[in-house]
Design a protein around this ligand. Structure first.
Ligand code: IMP
Ligand code: MG
Length: 174
């Protein structure tokens, strides 16, 4: 599939400015905490890598792998954690970092599993929140976006396009 079929929704500069602002806010909010960044792989890895470098606090990194979408563009509703919950989160203040809030199931399940594993607290940071997910809470949100399927900056379509530096939305053919 041709990336030209996708128009830019958020360009790389706009994303970088917003991620830097989130880093400043998280740094301020989480002073003195035993901070543990939990990127949700694979989609959250790009945001986590950029965000971590904007947080000027000591922290540890405990990635978790989750999948729910299969190969389509609508959520399957089933969240799989093929590698389970990482060791070492007990007693820590966790910041779950994911690409997008869609149905919210991924973060809901991860939050309860981290607390079960002894995390002291769980906050959430997501880059994008879709219109129909507006009622779903997250502690840090990059951008509110329309209910369109998006790719790039970690977001995939059947495993492709994660490495595109801008976030793109499929062009309506009219
Ligand atoms: P959830 O439905 O909130 O649990 O979101 C689960 C996951 O679905 C996200 O972490 C993304 O990996 C994926 N996802 C949701 N919406 C999109 C989209 O528009 N493009 C690409 N992946 C998406
Ligand atoms: Mg995905």
């Amino acid at each position: 599939m041709n990336p030209e079929l996708f128009e830019i929704l958020l360009d790389r500069h706009t994303i970088a400015v917003r991620v830097a602002a989130l880093g400043v806010k998280i740094t301020r909010d989480m002073q003195g905490s035993d901070l543990c960044i939990v990127p949700v792989m694979d989609g959250g890895m790009i945001l986590a890598a950029d965000l971590m470098r904007e947080i000027t606090l000591p922290l540890t990194l405990h990635p978790v792998k989750a999948s729910s979408y299969g190969d389509g563009t609508t959520s399957s509703g089933n969240v799989h954690l093929p590698l389970g919950i990482p060791e070492g989160v007990s007693g820590k203040e966790c910041l779950l970092v994911d690409d997008i809030l869609d149905t919210g199931k991924t973060l809901e399940i991860l939050r309860s599993r981290l607390l079960e594993a002894g995390a002291k607290s769980v906050r959430t940071c997501i880059l994008l929140r879709k219109e129909y997910a507006k009622h779903l809470p997250a502690d840090y949100i990059g951008f509110e976006i329309p209910d369109k399927f998006v790719i790039g900056y970690g977001l995939d379509l059947a495993g492709s396009y994660r490495s595109l530096p801008d976030i793109r939305v499929f062009k309506e053919l009219s």
